[in-house]
Design a binder for this molecule. Structure first.
Ligand SMILES: C[S@@+](CC[C@H](N)C(=O)[O-])C[C@H]1O[C@@H](n2cnc3c(N)ncnc32)[C@H](O)[C@@H]1O
Length: 266
């Protein structure tokens, strides 16, 4: 893989990785630790009311957006850098009978394709960690929110000074680790955009469960579809070591997952 140099190349690389079938096979529908259970917790923390206009930034294949539309009766816009994911999310909305309450668009979190002040809430799951310009994305969250609107993120957290070297390269960046931040740095980034943190929660055990799930699915795919794994660039010899190192990093408090909600000034 050619090493991307610019922010645009990094975003395209991340979007391409999260459009691939192998990622769907390894992660399932929800591309974040904690899955839909954590998305529900985020929705409760945001106190989403029926009819609320919600933007899901980096909406992937639409799992978060469809859950919020279905269970919370919210009106959802989803935006993702990957056109393939946008199409898949639109198809999933049709199949679920939720096309009326969801709309998916291809676009960039750092330049959101929406007017200012139209959303009651912005959610962003497991994606702020990958954006090259996190301050720019946070400013965009604030811009599109109504006064008093809320933002809810769930994201990977790291202690950068203690991050093992196997988690500092491009693959680790795409795996949401290499450019992840400590929770208080996410809060500071949002604060600089005028979004005051209201609640933070640690969900590190969700990261461990995701590592377990990837390990189990890799074992299965190794037996059933080894050629597909190799074609997707999964190194079957190093993968178990990397997953083991990730488990140790969680146990040592270096790597984790967290929920944060913040509010724009009313
Ligand atoms: C780990 S996945 C999370 C997807 C979804 N939020 C979920 O939790 O299931 C990261 C997503 O971020 C998207 N993405 C990466 N950079 C982006 C950007 N600058 N703007 C919008 N989406 C982006 C990728 O295409 C991918 O769908």
């Amino acid at each position: 893989m050619t090493r991307p140099r610019t922010g645009e190349e990094l975003k395209a690389c991340c979007a391409a990785a999260y459009s691939s079938d192998i990622v769907a096979l390894l992660l399932g529908d929800s591309y974040h630790p904690g899955g839909t259970a954590l998305t529900r917790r985020l929705a409760e923390a945001l106190a989403l009311a029926p009819g609320a206009r919600v933007l899901d930034v980096a909406s992937g294949r639409g799992t978060t957006a469809l859950l919020l539309a279905d269970a919370y009766r919210a009106q959802i816009d989803g935006v993702d850098y990957s056109a393939a994911n946008t199409s898949l999310a639109q198809g999933a909305a049709q199949a679920a009978g939720l096309a009326e309450s969801t709309r998916f668009t291809t676009g960039d979190a750092e330049q959101l394709p929406y007017p200012a002040g139209i959303f009651d809430a912005v959610v962003c799951e497991c994606a702020l960690c990958t954006f090259p310009d996190k301050a720019g994305a946070a400013a965009e969250f604030a811009r599109v929110l109504k006064p008093g609107g809320r933002v809810g993120i769930t994201d990977v957290t790291v202690d950068p000074a203690r991050l093992p070297s196997e988690f500092t390269g491009l693959a680790a960046r795409i795996a949401c680790i290499a450019d992840a931040q400590p929770l208080d740095v996410y809060a500071d980034t949002l604060a600089a955009a005028g979004l005051r943190t209201v609640r933070t929660e640690r969900h590190d055990e969700a990261m461990l469960r995701m590592i377990d799930q990837i390990e189990a699915r890799l074992k299965l795919l190794r037996m059933t579809a080894p050629a597909q794994l190799t074609a997707a660039g999964v190194d079957l010899d190093t993968a178990p070591k990397v997953l083991g190192a990730a488990r140790t990093a969680v146990a040592d408090g270096v790597l984790g997952y967290a929920l944060l909600t913040a509010q724009k000034s009313p």
